[in-house]
Design a protein around this ligand. Structure first.
Ligand SMILES: NC(=O)C1=CN([C@@H]2O[C@H](COP(=O)(O)OP(=O)(O)OC[C@H]3O[C@@H](n4cnc5c(N)ncnc54)[C@H](O)[C@@H]3O)[C@@H](O)[C@H]2O)[C@@H](O)CC1
Length: 507
């Protein structure tokens, strides 16, 4: 996964005398994918092009379709190409193939041209986007984006975006000026861009395919580009399978992970129960919950396999635990603060979540004995970074790195596009989870899962990445069975157990 600067570096390697050959290669790679999926068969195809090389890709795709026998293909020229750039060759190629072109200035004509079930190829803006200004060209692009999005639902259009949906920022996944093309498929050139995963990418990108990876020395050039800036890795469930805890045949509960979970003030015991259940289903051998409310009967009735302890035994429990979670439902009063301070002096592996993050922020700076895992959601990250939630959303990678560096911790910045940053400056992103997980208690599960993995011996960054994937895939599995609406945290527990055993749900 690369950001725009890193992508430009890769492009420069493959630029020969002109970039036109590279544009043809990129466009052909996209066209092959469209053909393979038979997306354009028996449908009208309308390609919207902009002024730069992204527009050039669109002309080349349209030309390839004409050469291949598609007859119902046309181009809408939203903004004219600048003289001297490769896109001008691409336009000449398309017109030379007998291609038809309509100027977007006559918006009514364009609206009337597009028929039900048409395929729209969005090739207006790629990684060359700048902020939407008041210029005529900016206005035209914004109008075209609005038209595509309106017609998409009215006329059941299929929308394919080239490289990145127009007006979506390829570095942060946020729509520039509030609106971007809502694609069904995005064909991103070379490799996933950060903005196809982070921010609000899911609302705009649809299914993302990386295309164009057969160039000579491709893998080594991508690795070099990745190392030239912030190193970002896109990680999937299959990648973490080898890291999952192994259980020896002679295992016993005492050496299968001993974890302590601290939180659960009066009225918030449920948060700690959820973390404890997730820790249990993730496999830790001995789970002790220490609820500040003292409401321990609740744990017993939910699952008697969870042990409980009172605050008076905190010191002793901290000494004997392998991994510690502090924060879920902990509360923010003086007693909670005192308990928090004791917990973070521990030498055990540690996760700090929820109200624990509030207490951490109040401490200012803090020296840990280990590398803790911090699991803020956007609001908690804003608190830790003294900023607001919208700033965090616009640069989730940057702020996750800032938190990781400030606390010498692994930061799991939770959102629809969770970012994991390690104190050595590496970033891990995943395409997991689902909208059904936007319900109370999901974060408590995640902190319980990560704590359980730490207790079973995984390194902090590995436990964090594996935990995010187990959690997200459990949500997806549950959505597959029952849909997104009405999903609740406890529904995920059976899936968590399967996933930690390496048993993936059927796709
Ligand atoms: N350069 C290369 O080597 C390759 C580039 N490729 C394609 O080229 C794209 C990058 O090309 P460019 O750098 O020309 O950039 P773009 O084509 O993304 O856009 C740049 C053009 O759009 C204008 N523009 C920027 N923001 C605007 C706004 N808000 N409203 C209206 N106009 C705006 C700029 O003035 C410029 O003319 C990639 O995303 C990819 O699709 C691929 O063909 C692969 C090879």
């Amino acid at each position: 996964m690369l950001d725009c600067a890193q992508i430009r570096a890769v492009e420069n390697i493959y630029h020969t005398d002109s970039g036109y050959a590279l544009m043809q290669y990129a466009a052909d790679s996209i066209y092959q994918k469209i053909r393979e999926l038979r997306l354009a068969n028996d449908r009208q195809v309308v390609v919207f092009v902009g002024s730069g090389n992204n527009g050039g890709d669109g002309y080349e795709i349209a030309a390839a379709m004409l050469k291949d026998g598609f007859s119902d293909v046309s181009v809408i020229r939203v903004v004219p190409q600048k003289a001297g750039i490769d896109a001008v060759h691409a336009r000449d190629n398309y017109l030379g193939c007998g291609g038809h072109e309509t100027d977007f200035d006559n918006q009514e004509l364009v609206d009337g041209m597009i028929r039900d079930n048409a395929v729209i190829v969005d090739s207006m803006l790629g990684i060359g986007i700048t902020a939407v200004g008041s210029s005529q060209n900016s206005q035209k692009i914004s109008n075209a984006v609005r038209l595509i999005n309106r017609l998409k639902s009215e006329r059941k259009l299929l929308v394919l975006s080239v490289d990145i949906p127009s007006l979506l920022n390829a570095d942060n996944g946020m729509p520039v000026g509030g609106e971007a093309v809502k694609a069904d498929y995005t064909y991103t050139v070379f490799t996933f861009k950060t903005g196809t995963i982070t921010g609000r990418a899911r609302d705009f990108c649809g299914k993302v395919f990386a295309v164009g990876n057969t160039l000579p020395d491709f893998e080594s050039n991508i690795v070099a580009a990745r190392r030239s800036g912030t190193e970002k890795h896109l990680v999937a469930y299959d990648d973490i399978r080898p890291w999952l805890p192994l259980r020896s045949k002679c295992a016993h509960k005492g050496n299968s992970g001993r974890v302590l979970l601290v939180g659960g003030s009066s009225g918030m015991t449920g948060a700690l129960i959820l973390s404890s259940l997730a820790a249990l289903r993730t496999g830790a051998g001995l789970i002790t919950a220490l609820a500040l409310s003292g409401e321990h009967q609740a744990f017993n009735s939910v699952n008697p396999c969870i042990m409980t302890a009172g605050t008076d035994s905190l010191d002793e429990k901290i000494k004997t635990t392998g991994a510690l979670l502090v924060g879920p439902g902990m509360g923010r009063n003086q007693n909670a603060e005192n308990v928090f301070k004791k917990c973070i002096m521990s030498s055990s592996s540690m996760v700090i979540d929820a109200d624990g993050l509030y207490h951490l922020h109040n401490l200012g700076s803090c020296e840990f004995n280990t590398v803790p895992v911090l699991t803020p959601h956007v609001g908690e990250a804003a608190l830790l970074c003294d900023t607001d939630a919208s700033a965090i959303e616009s640069d989730s990678v940057g702020f996750a790195l800032m938190i990781a560096e400030k606390y010498k911790a692994v930061c799991v910045l939770k959102s629809a596009a969770t970012v994991i940053a390690s104190p050595d400056g590496k970033v891990y992103l995943t395409d997991t989870g689902c909208s059904g997980m936007a319900s109370g208690g999901m974060g408590d599960l995640l902190s319980g899962i990560i704590t359980s993995l730490l207790g079973q011996g995984l390194e902090p960054v590995i436990a964090a990445v594996a935990g995010v994937l187990i959690h997200g895939e459990a949500g997806r599995a549950e959505a597959q069975e029952g849909g997104n609406i009405g999903m609740c945290a406890t529904d995920l527990l059976p899936h968590i157990r399967l996933l930690v055993n390496g048993i993936a749900p059927k796709k």
